[in-house]
Write a protein that binds this ligand. Sequence first.
Ligand SMILES: [Zn+2]
Length: 176
Amino acid sequence: MRKFLVVPGVVLPCLAVLPAGCSSGDDPDENPADGGIPSDVRLTPSDTDYPAVGKLDPALRNALQQAAKDARDRDVDIRITSGWRSKAYQQRLLEEGVSKYGSLAEARQYVNTPEKSTHVFGRAVDVGPTRADDWLIQHGADYGLCQAYANEMWHFELLTTPGGDCPPQLSDAAAG
Ligand SMILES: [Zn+2]
């Protein structure tokens, strides 16, 4: 059951008035307009109809598309589990983190503020599955892609020129 209708160039939330193909589920974290990704969707770096991918910095997206193409040749599927996020979505994630970890200071090690998160600026992606993370950790620098935080093996940013050296990782998101 889909919560959103995707037609070329547009992602529409499924409303009660819309016909078949929609369900009544309404998890705000899955709202594509905020950068959410519906749970039944597997995004690739080419799925620009979804704002999570469509609103990424074009240079980052191009690097990911190139990497995904080469990874595919090695039987590795690169999926975007989170990309661009609206400030509202990032704020919700931070609040969820505070309830999960018990304090803002603890939560900040895993979730950044809307003002600081590189996701909000379209300059970060979270990649899965683990096999894809491992591949990108090994080969990402060939495309300028680097793991930014030591405690997030899935979080990549464009931090060097293709073939360059990645800068030292920050320990966590709070160190940034
Ligand atoms: Zn991330």
